[in-house]
Design a protein around this ligand. Structure first.
Ligand SMILES: Cc1cc2nc3c(=O)[nH]c(=O)nc-3n(C[C@H](O)[C@H](O)[C@H](O)COP(=O)(O)OP(=O)(O)OC[C@H]3O[C@@H](n4cnc5c(N)ncnc54)[C@H](O)[C@@H]3O)c2cc1C
Length: 442
């Protein structure tokens, strides 16, 4: 068995074990799932060699090793009782003259957007500033510029990956093309440990921020109007809808999003929606907001990441609007006061550039969907599954790989649909002994 002291001395980064100073802080993932996991070791990787050495050390000891970026995986897949490879020491971000950005795999979204914005560039991607760029990209990457520029993974130009045998490969469209294809949206931690990603960036737009509120309104009418309009709106516009219920208060509805347009044209496009929807109590437009600043302004709408609160999230894609009957049932369940705290439904618009890619061009197989519906409740609240089951009757059966759901029956079809056989082939080629494994892994 390899010697632990020798392994520690070989590292550019740091090694933490139970009892060592700092272990308790570093062992915990950001997400509530698996906060109590106690890995045998946490390796803070500061070089590609650290990742390779840690994988070889884990394999020689019969340990599991899992990479951790932002630590937000809803299913706790970046935690283990074995060895956590904490990628936070590999977080360098560089933008070359050809506007290709090379991003260390441990970088979080906040610093990525800030570094790109300093060069007038950005990426279509998610909102949470502490979400890891690698977890986001490997699972797809949905965000407020996605209807215009597609998923984060659609901007991927290449990646460096350490495989299960400790070897290092660079992949892109020409080299290791199957591995490169598989990294586009099939989910993290499946084939190897990514140490850096290269992206074709896009110009950072100036946006008009949109926020509107309803309370005590005709919710069914509002959702029906959103369903008819938002997924088919022009690409410049991404507008999502949340419905929040809390004990003792009426359901609050918030429309939020942005247009990569000036205020005037934004108002014109919004008029199509306001003609359909009940009048809002407040509609607020703020112009001249750079895209990277826009994201922070929506932080308090996100109930997925409230410190100290363990939530349960179930979700599904929909390729057609919910029927009046199902919508009525969903809203009745949401409004039922309960005692367990906050419940949230979030409708995220797809369509646009997301859907102008064939299902098999990338590993992300969900290119014909109109919207994504999330049900977010307290961990112990049975409402989440009840609400999910009500909507599921009309869902497409597809689930976003970045929102893993341990309760799915047919997870392979839900996450990967027709791409599963090719993904299974890539898994067999690059990780034949299933060193990287977890429930619902390819
Ligand atoms: C507050 C919040 C906001 C969010 N907002 C959005 C959003 O706007 N849009 C969106 O699409 N999603 C969003 N998500 C979901 C998010 O995309 C996923 O939770 C994502 O997997 C998180 O990545 P991570 O690196 O933070 O998590 P981690 O738990 O570190 O990683 C997720 C998975 O990727 C693997 N992984 C991590 N690093 C590597 C690596 N270097 N190589 C290989 N595998 C790796 C892990 O082992 C794990 O399986 C949000 C989540 C939260 C909690």
């Amino acid at each position: 068995m390899p010697d632990l002291a020798e392994f520690r001395d070989s590292l550019d980064g740091e090694l933490f074990s139970p009892g060592s100073p700092g272990y308790d802080a570093i062992r915990r993932p950001a997400g509530a799932a698996c906060r109590e996991a106690r890995p045998r070791l946490v390796v803070v990787c500061r070089s590609v060699s650290d990742v390779a050495r840690a994988i070889r050390y884990a394999a020689a000891n019969g340990d599991r090793a899992v990479p951790r970026g932002g630590g937000h995986c809803f299913a706790g897949r970046s935690s283990t009782g074995g060895i956590v490879l904490d990628m936070s020491g590999l977080d360098r971000i560089r933008v070359a003259d050809d506007r290709v950005a090379t991003v260390g795999a441990g970088a979080r979204l906040g610093p990525v957007y800030a570094a790109l914005a300093a060069r007038g560039r950005t990426l279509p991607g998610g909102c949470g500033p502490t979400v890891g760029i690698t977890g986001l990209t490997l699972g797809g990457g949905i965000g407020l510029l996605g209807r215009k520029h597609g998923l984060t993974c659609d901007r991927l130009a290449g990646a460096r990956v350490v495989l299960a045998d400790g070897s290092v490969v660079d992949c892109d469209h020409d080299d290791e093309p199957d591995l490169f294809w598989a990294l586009h949206g099939s989910g993290g931690g499946q084939f190897g440990v990514v140490t850096s990603l290269r992206f074709r960036t896009v110009p950072e737009p100036m946006t008009t921020r949109i926020e509107a509120h309803w309370a005590d309104t005709a919710l069914a009418e509002l959702v029906a109007a959103w369903q008819a309009w938002a997924p088919a709106a022009p690409d410049e516009l991404t507008v999502n809808l949340t419905l929040v219920s809390e004990p003792g208060a009426p359901v609050r509805a918030t429309l939020f999003g942005a247009a990569a347009l000036e205020e005037g044209p934004t108002r014109v496009l919004l008029r199509e929606f306001t003609n359909l929807a009940p009048a809002a109590h407040v509609i607020e437009l703020r112009t001249g907001v750079p895209y990277h600043r826009l994201k922070d302004t929506f932080a308090d709408l996100d109930s997925r990441d409230v410190p100290g609160r363990a939530v349960r999230i179930r979700s599904e894609f929909f390729s057609r609007p919910l029927s009046d009957r199902t919508l009525a049932a969903l809203l009745a369940q949401l409004a039922d006061p309960g005692t367990t705290g906050r419940r949230q439904l979030t409708f995220t618009a797809m369509g646009g550039a997301y859907n102008r890619v064939a299902d098999d061009v990338t590993a992300f197989a969900h290119r014909g969907e109109h919207f994504l519906l999330e049900h977010v409740g307290d961990a112990a609240d049975p409402w989440t599954s009840r609400s999910w089951a009500t909507a599921h009757a009309e869902g497409s059966g597809r689930v976003y790989p970045n929102f893993p759901d341990p309760e799915l029956d047919d997870w392979a079809a839900a996450y990967h649909a027709g791409n599963y056989p090719r993904l299974a082939g890539v898994k067999a080629a690059y990780d034949p002994h299933r060193f990287f494994d977890f429930p619902q892994a390819i």
